[in-house]
Design a protein around this ligand. Structure first.
Ligand SMILES: Cc1cc2nc3c(=O)[nH]c(=O)nc-3n(C[C@H](O)[C@H](O)[C@H](O)COP(=O)(O)OP(=O)(O)OC[C@H]3O[C@@H](n4cnc5c(N)ncnc54)[C@H](O)[C@@H]3O)c2cc1C
Ligand code: FES
Length: 285
């Protein structure tokens, strides 16, 4: 069975949020914002490292704490990012934050993608909506270490052009040699001359080979379900497919039992799982 990668700063007080400040807020879509943050203590910031796929807990005083994928490049120094969709109480309060506001963060948590095991393989990334957040961090890692991997394919879809995140990143990915990038929207609309079609269909049209490849998918459950069917039809086996799971979390360190999935905890055993692992757990996908 694949060993999912674990790394990062190990705090001696994992339940204590570390003070951090918002450096920048980027409005990605009408309901998604990316926050660039830095720990207030320069030595903590300096020592901070994470693997693509790892998560953090961001808190707003008086509102609470929520879990998010770290969406920035693991190699980036001096700051890190979360991309946050407004869903309710905590994410609503996070969307009120502006540059200069104080927050607190517990990170990194969980397991990242096993990128060392994937060296020499072709990588296929399939994302929908806010599911691009953990895959963005992974993509940065793959591009920063381009020589270690084979062909890279990314299919990223959203309902409308306005719902696609990372405008500057997309412009860069579009002209990168060695990256087959397709951004797609669900239905044709005025002003969009790019790809139109649902993510799993577009993936099948791009047709990346399963030979010596790994596929990673993240997005709404319905998209993941149909993407898994497409990958299977294309010849990808369960051990070649990875995803990240979402479960309500509290402690984030495997003690409260809130995020359990059969014998596993999403906060410590995940959020990254291979499809092969998930098939052994109670009806997840
Ligand atoms: C491992 C992991 C990674 C995540 N990464 C991201 C990310 O990168 N960006 C992002 O925007 N969100 C991410 N989420 C989801 C995010 O944690 C929730 O949307 C957030 O906690 C909602 O908090 P809230 O207090 O604003 O919403 P609440 O007021 O608590 O709830 C609002 C609505 O969202 C539902 N909800 C709340 N939490 C979850 C959840 N975890 N899964 C499904 N439905 C939920 C509630 O049932 C309710 O209907 C992630 C969650 C997990 C567990
Ligand atoms: S969030 Fe507490 S055990 Fe996972």
């Amino acid at each position: 069975m694949t060993t999912i990668a674990q790394a990062g700063r190990k705090s001696t007080e994992p339940l204590r949020p570390e003070p951090a400040t918002v450096l920048e807020v980027i409005q990605e879509t009408p309901n998604i914002r990316t926050l660039r943050l830095a720990f207030d203590d320069p030595s903590v910031m300096e020592a901070f490292s994470f693997l693509p796929g790892q998560i953090g807990q961001l808190s707003v005083l008086g509102a609470g704490e929520s879990t998010f994928a770290i969406s920035s490049a693991p190699s980036g120094s001096g700051s890190f990012e979360f991309s946050i969709m407004k869903a309710g109480v905590v994410t609503g309060a996070i969307h009120e934050l502006a540059a200069g506001d104080r927050t607190a963060v517990r990170a990194p948590m969980g397991c990242g993608f096993p990128t060392d095991e994937w060296k020499g393989k072709n990588i296929v990334l399939v994302a929908g909506g806010i599911g691009m957040a953990p895959l963005r961090s992974l993509l940065f890692h793959l591009l920063d270490n381009r020589g270690d991997y084979g062909e890279l394919t990314l299919v990223y879809g959203a309902r409308t052009p306005a719902d696609l995140c990372y405008e500057a990143g997309r412009a860069d990915w579009q002209q990168r040699s060695g990256l087959d990038f397709t951004a797609t929207i669900d239905a044709a609309c005025e002003g969009w001359d790019g790809c139109v079609g649902l993510v799993p269909n577009v993936l099948e049209e791009r047709g990346p080979s399963p030979e010596n490849s790994v596929a990673v998918t993240c997005g709404p459950p319905i998209m993941i379900r149909f993407t898994l069917q497409s990958l299977s039809k294309m010849g990808f086996r369960e051990e070649q497919i990875y995803t990240t799971l979402e479960r309500r979390m509290k402690c984030g360190i495997g003690i409260c039992g809130r995020c359990n999935l059969g014998p596993k905890y999403v906060c410590t055993d995940g959020p990254v799982f291979s499809l092969q692992e998930l098939r052994e757990l109670p009806e997840e996908l």
